[in-house]
Design a protein around this ligand. Structure first.
Ligand SMILES: [Zn+2]
Length: 392
């Protein structure tokens, strides 16, 4: 039996209509909006006085409603924490990609239930902060068995699962890098392929160079699995160029770009995913979001939630940083955290609330989404709905 829920009393509704050529820095002019949820989708949207009859009514009493956040970059399958490393970093030790090995050891030693419990805890934490879609990568197993179990957990618990066997080279292969790359692109990818929505490579000094990255991307392409890349985080490198060349869904980090990188992203469907929580947590310079936006590149914002370089699950924090530190307008930031993330995951039904979209939305304890940046650090998420069902 169909059940129609009418959401009304909305103080300000951000629809993010992907068709609308509106000024992204301002919310849509919906001051008296309402919408109907049916079968997990937005079935109707318009002015409240025109709303059709419904089985149930949800009056949000003047609160703002936004599409749920699409967190398109997270690493949730791990054990242990690296608070001591964070403390050392804040008192002078620079961040390097090698710290990942600490988490690899803890993750390998953990049982499945510990790993799954950790993922669920983080997804609940994300939901309470307005996130309704989560992408999750592997990369802390780095053996065929450990990557496979991480990817299966990610696939079962999250909305998109990404195989990141090429995260770092594990310690036992330090002197045999080529052998490890062969394992990743061969037996490991064979085992993981049935569960992999994407294949990712950490293309970075201290992780994988251009030739190694190409080998893994070629293997993914040969199996028909779409790719995404960790690119240009710690310094300028070939990552963004490769992402565009391979038609990657996204190039993530984009902290160190030259003019050619910006131009390449602007002229391609590859989404530039910015992760300002990492720069905040590693005390590093932020990416040039303005250059990307002004050139016309598609931009997403995500948390990169992971135990090393950025252990936040908070999209509102990332929005505040994007506006305060990267000079994105509040409207641009919200769009990047919703519609941008959806684009990075190849989803047209997420990140907006037009008729037909999935009914994923957050109700804010504020009259406008602007309060997400205007009141940083304040828990403003009142309630969260995914597929038309309340999850937080
Ligand atoms: Zn990452």
């Amino acid at each position: 039996m169909r059940h129609a829920l009418l959401v009304t009393g909305i103080g300000e509704l951000t629809v993010n209509d992907p068709q609308a050529v509106d000024d992204a820095s301002r919310p849509e002019p919906y001051a008296d909006a309402a919408f109907v949820v049916e079968d997990g989708r937005i079935a109707w949207l318009g002015h409240a006085f025109e709303a059709p009859a419904a089985d149930e009514r949800l009056d949000v009493a003047g609160r703002a409603v936004i599409p749920g956040f699409v967190d398109s970059h997270a690493h949730l399958v791990f054990a242990g924490d690296r608070a001591a490393e964070f403390s050392a970093r804040m008192t002078g030790t620079p961040y390097s990609a090698g710290g990942i090995r600490t988490t690899v050891a803890a993750t390998r030693a953990a049982d499945d239930e510990t790993l799954r419990g950790n993922v669920r805890r983080l997804i609940r934490e994300m939901a309470r902060q307005g996130t309704t879609t989560v992408e999750c990568k592997t990369g802390y197993g780095l053996t065929v068995e450990d990557e496979l179990r991480a990817l299966r957990i990610a696939k079962e618990e999250c909305d998109a699962a990404t195989f990141l066997g090429a995260h770092v080279v594990p310690a036992e292969y330090a002197e045999r890098r080529a052998e490890y790359v062969k394992l990743v692109r061969g037996p490991m990818l064979d085992a993981c392929a049935p569960y992999a929505d994407y294949v990712d490579v950490f293309c970075e000094r201290g992780a994988y160079d251009e030739a190694e990255t190409r080998l893994v991307l070629d293997a993914a392409k040969a199996r028909g699995i779409p790719v995404r890349l960790h690119a240009n985080q710690l310094g300028h490198g070939p990552g963004v160029r490769l992402a565009v060349e391979y038609g990657a869904a996204s190039a993530d980090h984009c902290t160190h770009l030259d003019a050619a990188d910006v131009e390449a992203l602007a002229g391609s469907p590859t989404v530039a995913t910015l992760l300002p929580g990492v720069e905040f947590s590693t005390r590093s310079p932020y990416p040039d979001a303005r250059a990307l936006l002004d050139a016309g590149a598609r931009v997403a914002l995500a948390t990169d939630c992971n135990p090393g370089s950025c252990y936040t699950s908070s999209m509102p924090l990332c929005l505040a940083l994007a506006v305060r530190e990267m000079r994105m307008s509040p409207g641009e930031a919200l769009r990047a955290a919703t519609l941008g993330g959806a684009a990075a995951l190849g989803r047209t039904d997420l990140g907006h609330l037009a008729t037909g979209a999935r009914a994923d939305f957050a109700v804010l304890d504020a009259p406008s989404f602007l309060h997400l940046m205007y009141r940083p650090g304040v828990p403003l998420v009142h309630s969260v709905w995914k597929n038309g069902t309340r999850i937080a």
